[in-house]
Design a protein around this ligand. Structure first.
Ligand SMILES: [Zn+2]
Length: 268
């Protein structure tokens, strides 16, 4: 800060060095017009801190936008799925699942380095996607520093990758998708199994699907899957290497929705 002090010499009338010393830096305080006594070093530190915070905020805001800009979602209303919009009564299966999902969200939120997958399994229409998105929204909104969260409908994801074969301008190449999903902090893969059920052949995943799922689950250790498949069907659909990677860290992180009535037809 010698510059500042020599400056204060040159503009002697504007900045007057006082006899008082900064208790932190032990340098003379300066009398600044309208402001009063200041320590130039303290002022610089304040500015640096404000600048750092601004840079962090810009980074955090951008990271939080990943969910909106990169997700593949069939129904845009899914974005608004939260814990508070998942209505349950006490002492019901739904109430317990919601509580379990909240705990899992807390783990992902407070332990950004914790590596474990979560599986929400059960028949269609019971709220698996809703709770998966609720976990994602909770982490996306509250993580400090921000965590990049993304939601991928598995059918849309494979459709995008397939269509990139014939479209050289598409971002959704296998390489880009795999790199991107490796680098984010939390991923939902929605409706696992439907990409294989839709193919005309027998109900097992094609080599293409197997390879991509292997690469994604091998490099990303924080994935929340929703699936209609039972564990037995999962084992039949994918090869054992993929299955073992899907199941990594799922002990205590499996939400079983069997026994819930279809929530979409106003069952309760
Ligand atoms: Zn100071």
């Amino acid at each position: 800060m010698s510059d500042f002090y020599s400056l204060s010499g040159a503009f002697g009338d504007l900045f007057k060095a006082t006899k008082e010393k900064c208790p932190i830096h032990h340098k003379p305080m300066i009398e600044a017009p309208r402001v009063g006594k200041i320590c130039p070093l303290c002022e610089k530190e304040k500015l640096d801190k404000a600048e750092n915070e601004m840079v962090k905020k810009i980074y955090d805001d951008n990271a939080r936008k990943t969910l909106l800009t990169k997700s593949l979602i069939d129904d845009p209303e899914t974005y608004s799925c939260t814990f508070s919009s998942y209505i349950t009564k006490n002492d019901t299966i739904e109430g317990n699942l919601k509580q379990q999902a909240r705990l899992i969200a807390g783990q992902y939120l407070k332990q950004p380095d914790a590596k474990f997958n979560t599986i929400l399994s059960g028949p269609p229409g019971v709220g698996k996607t809703h709770l998966a998105m609720a976990i994602l929204n909770a982490v996306n909104d509250n993580a400090k520093p921000a965590q990049k969260c993304v939601f991928m409908n598995v059918v849309s994801l494979f459709m995008q990758i397939r269509s990139s074969f014939d479209d050289s301008t598409s971002w959704w190449t296998e390489k880009n998708v795999e790199r991107f999903l490796k680098d984010v902090n939390l991923v939902v893969i929605d409706d696992l199994g439907s990409e294989s059920a839709m193919s005309s052949g027998p109900r097992d995943a094609t080599q293409f699907v197997q390879t991509i799922l292997y690469n994604i689950t091998n490099s990303q250790r924080r994935i929340i899957f929703t699936t209609n498949l039972t564990q037995t069907q999962l084992v039949k659909t994918y090869n054992s290497k993929v299955v073992s990677r899907i199941l990594r860290g799922t002990k205590g992180h499996i939400l079983n929705f069997n026994g819930i009535k279809d929530k979409r037809i106003g069952a309760f």
